[in-house]
Design a protein around this ligand. Structure first.
Ligand code: SF4
Length: 504
């Protein structure tokens, strides 16, 4: 079996992914995602920019021909060249597993090795700004394979990070961790059966096995599709044989409360989530639910009817603003402020977009956004998640916007995601904007559009000058604003109807 650094990196993200990459049916893989291709291209450009100022030798070999790459690299190491770019290191262990490593750079140092009075240390060039643990583990992996090839251990492995520069990996800490992960990886890949599917949005959304895994999870009604079921909690639920939505919906939350990773709040929330999904209906968070199992139900004391204060929770005003930002985190750039102005008296809905066609226009569109929101000085500003509010605070600081213009504005912001998750439980797979709005029947004009795609479109606009990319961004952003509007109106109506029914 051959393990390479990419496989080990993916194993850290998801053991199933590493297994499928090794043994899966390639026909079931998704085609490359535009955003992922952009990251790969950015990574490549970053490496080229850095290497443009360096003198180095590069071994010649065909892509993925590890043996040829290793021979050519070994030859350069034996010659004692100062820097080797994209070399290959190969080591076959006694267990028959071959380890392949390909650090971006091998840098010559004084010391004793098989080659003479010099040795090499590894460096990886990363597009990211943070020394993620998974990168440090791979740096330790390079170090380990390198030690076998050159017959000497080095004390340092480097990550070259964007903006932050060189980062020294603590090998004393990382080598044992890496060894543990490597052993687990080899064991997993030796098994006949693939690891169980577990959909976790943050790691699965960019994975090329997503469609395959998601359809399996859907068919099996897998618990990972239930918001709140983390891998750690899933392990606990398996021990109790609570592996279906129905089983979880019928358990008493007190049974889950003492489990590691639960607690009272999470236990009640999770069972309520299972019930909402099973019954395919929205539940009020504080709804008087009989938590006893169906076999032993008894009446619980009735909850006092509450009065829902729309005024404070979800203000409905003659004019309301629905706001969504598009940003490129890698450039620290906000390239679009989209605002849907809903005039309930005039019965009009007008979408305003302030787009920085070029990054230098960020300040201009910021001011245009301020002018618009101040032309409706009392209108509540609805947004979904804290990002919009945080970004407005950041831009105000960046462009020296006076506090008397910003502070009153911030008091008008209403985070609809916070209201939804605090007030109701919904039969959705995630509390992101799209699943909630789709559950309400809202559809985006481009069903494939998302934040990552918008970033890709913006980069393509920069590269090609083709305005269809800008149009696609604007349509997507407007739909996000309209989806927020749809959720807000639904939530107000739902809460009012529930409370009015209780008071009747
Ligand atoms: S889609 Fe998710 S579960 Fe499936 S292989 Fe990829 S990361 Fe793992």
């Amino acid at each position: 079996m051959l393990i390479d650094a990419e496989l080990l990196l993916n194993y850290q993200r998801c053991s199933r992914r590493a297994f499928l990459d090794k043994h899966g049916d390639l026909a079931q893989r998704d085609p490359p995602n535009d955003y992922l291709l952009k990251i790969l291209q950015d990574s490549h450009t970053n490496r080229q920019t850095i290497m443009a100022n360096q003198v180095f030798c590069q071994p010649t070999y065909s892509h993925r021909d590890w043996q040829a790459g290793a021979s050519a690299t070994l030859e350069l190491m034996q010659r004692g060249v100062e820097r080797i770019y994209q070399g290959v290191l190969l080591f076959k262990g006694e267990d028959g597993v071959t380890l392949a490593s390909n650090p971006d750079l091998l840098i010559k140092q004084p010391g004793q090795s098989f080659f003479g009075d010099w040795l090499y240390l590894p460096m990886d060039i990363k597009l990211g700004k943070r020394p993620k643990l998974e990168y440090q583990i791979i740096a330790a992996y390079h170090t380990y394979v390198l030690a076998q090839v050159q017959g000497a251990w080095v004390e340092t492995a480097w990550l070259l990070l964007r903006e932050r520069g060189r980062y020294a990996v603590d090998l004393w800490e990382m080598l044992p961790k890496m060894q543990e992960i490597l052993d687990e990886c080899i064991l997993t890949l030796s098994q006949p059966q693939e690891p169980e599917v577990f959909i976790a949005r943050n790691r699965c959304s960019l994975c090329h096995w997503f469609s395959h895994c998601y359809s399996l999870a859907k068919t099996d009604h897998h618990l990972s599709l239930l918001p709140g079921v983390t891998p750690a909690r899933y392990t606990q639920l398996q021990v109790l044989n609570l592996t279906t939505v129905r089983a979880l919906a019928e358990v008493h939350p007190a049974q889950l409360e003492p489990l590691p990773g639960f607690g009272r709040e999470a236990a009640y929330r999770l069972v309520r989530q299972a019930r909402s999904t099973l019954q395919n209906r929205a539940l009020l968070i504080e709804e008087n639910i009989d938590w006893t199992p169906p076999t032993a139900r008894s009446a619980l004391p009735a909850r006092q009817p509450q009065v829902f204060s729309a005024e404070t929770e979800l203000p409905t005003a003659p004019v309301e603003l629905y706001f969504d930002i598009e940003a490129e985190p890698a450039l620290n750039l906000v390239y679009l402020h989209g605002v849907l102005v809903v005039d309930r008296q005039a019965k009009t809905e007008t979408f305003h977009s302030f787009i920085a066609e070029f990054p230098e226009e960020e300040a201009t569109v910021w001011q245009q956004f301020l002018d618009l929101v101040w032309s409706y000085p009392t209108a509540p500003i609805y947004h979904f998640c804290p990002f919009e509010l945080q970004t407005v605070e950041r831009l105000a600081k960046l462009y020296g916007t006076p506090s008397h213009q910003i502070q009153p504005l911030l008091t008008r912001f209403v985070d609809l995601h916070e209201r939804v998750t605090r007030l109701v439980t919904l039969p959705v797979e995630s509390y992101a904007l799209k699943p909630i709005a789709r559950w309400l029947g809202f559809e985006w004009r481009d069903p494939t559009a998302n934040g990552a795609q918008s970033i890709y479109w913006y980069s393509q606009w920069q590269l090609t000058g083709d305005r269809t990319y800008l149009d696609a961004i604007l349509a997507y952003n407007e739909d996000d604003c309209r989806a927020t509007y749809r959720i807000k109106d639904w939530l107000v109506n739902f809460l009012q109807s529930v409370y009015q029914a209780e008071l009747a």
